[in-house]
Design a protein around this ligand. Structure first.
Ligand code: CP3
Length: 345
């Protein structure tokens, strides 16, 4: 295995200075990203251009000396490769066309998405070449429920109540969709690993607010299925699960034998996570990304809380969700320096 502090931590090692990376660490808050994004023309052209996408992946590593890079791509590339055309309207978020129907879904099951997504694996290869041996490369995919919400809605942020209601009234269709996505996601992640990803993360941004046992059916089980499926063919690959907003149900993920690490969101009490999640999985993240906008003492005080609580267990420093575009890059540098210095004391 590559000798990186990020991978050692995922393997259960405790270190004085935790490895550090950030969700959305490449993106609009960085001027060098905005420049390449303008050069590419659109977000989609950027994602499918391995030269530019690998450069964007490496930008935050150069600027902040982080321990892991995350592939620059998007969770909605799977629906795009399946045949729902993805575009990003300025200021409106993602648009997927056509909206998904049971008839369209039938054609998705046996689709080969890996050919369309070949440029993404090329980005992984190129990034790996440009990355120091001590840095890890994280591959990722959306968890089936979150990807399904966008597919059913035709893009944009889903209305959680409307989707929950659809789950109850159209359960066979939605279960079939989740199942189809889980199968394709295994292939997609394995291809990322074969191209050079050292670990993979599953994002379930819209897991929040689902009652049990719906959460179990649409999020916990499918994530477990994907992690087990990936490990079956590429044993030893660490899997990080980020089920956002699930509260105490995070234990249901952390206790899965397929779950190596669990990402905690900004609303979770870190002391609760230390007590209930750390015995089962490596904990990652938690810091409120909005603290990054002001930076300074309040941000550092919160960072210190995480460092103190998790000092005696394996812990990966990160946010409780991605950076917002308003984040001043200087505050990121201030935070990274703080974590590096505090950890040493
Ligand atoms: O740096 C990284 O974290 C890696 C790349 C990455 C992106 N999106 C790049 C991106 C990752 C891991 C994602 C995940 C993603 N994409 C999620 C799950 C995590 C989360 O943030 O909740 C979701 C729900 C999406 C879907 C998506 N893609 C949305 C809602 C948006 C925002 C649309 C908008 O205009 O605000 C995107 C676009 C996107 N994905 C951007 C980036 C850097 C911004 C696009 C741009 O440059 O215009």
């Amino acid at each position: 295995m590559r000798d990186s502090s990020f991978l050692r931590t995922l393997n259960g090692e405790v270190s004085a200075i935790p490895p550090i990376w950030f969700m959305r660490q490449a993106g609009r808050y960085l001027p060098e990203y905005r420049q390449l994004r303008a050069e590419a023309g659109s977000f989609m052209e950027l994602c499918f251009n391995p030269d530019l996408a690998s450069e964007v992946t490496l930008q935050p590593i150069r600027r902040f000396d982080l321990d892991a890079a995350i592939l620059f791509a998007d969770i909605l590339l799977i629906p795009h490769a399946l045949g729902q055309n993805l575009s990003f309207a300025e200021g409106e978020g993602p648009v997927l066309k056509p909206k998904l129907t049971p008839e369209i879904l039938k054609g998705f099951r046996d689709q080969n998405i890996l050919e369309t997504l070949a440029p993404i694996f090329e980005t992984v290869r190129k990034t790996r070449v440009g990355l120091g041996a001590d840095k890890a490369l994280i591959g990722f995919a959306g968890a089936p429920w979150t990807v399904a919400t966008y597919m059913l809605n035709g893009g944009s942020s889903p209305d959680p109540a409307a989707l929950r209601e659809r789950y109850y009234s159209e359960q066979p269709f939605i279960s079939d969709l989740i199942e189809t996505l889980a199968e394709h996601t295994i292939d997609y992640l394995v291809a990322q690993i074969d191209a050079g990803a050292d670990a993979v993360q599953l994002f379930d941004t819209w897991a929040s607010g689902l009652p049990w046992p719906v959460l179990d059916a649409v999020s916990v089980r499918p994530m477990d299925k994907i992690a087990v499926g990936v490990k079956k063919v590429r044993p030893g690959t660490p899997v990080i699960m980020f089920p956002k907003g699930v509260g105490e149900k995070a234990t249901e993920y952390a206790t899965l034998s397929s779950c190596d690490a669990i990402g905690i969101d900004y609303a979770m009490d870190p002391a609760w996570a230390r007590q209930h999640l750390s015995p089962h999985a490596v904990v990652q993240g938690g810091l409120d990304p909005l603290l990054m906008i002001q930076g300074g003492e309040r941000m550092k005080k919160s960072a210190a809380t995480f460092l103190k609580l998790f000092h005696d267990v394996p812990y990966i420093f990160n946010l409780g969700h991605g950076f917002t575009p308003q984040t001043p890059p200087e505050h990121v540098l201030e935070l990274v320096d703080f974590v590096h210095r505090e950890g040493q004391d």
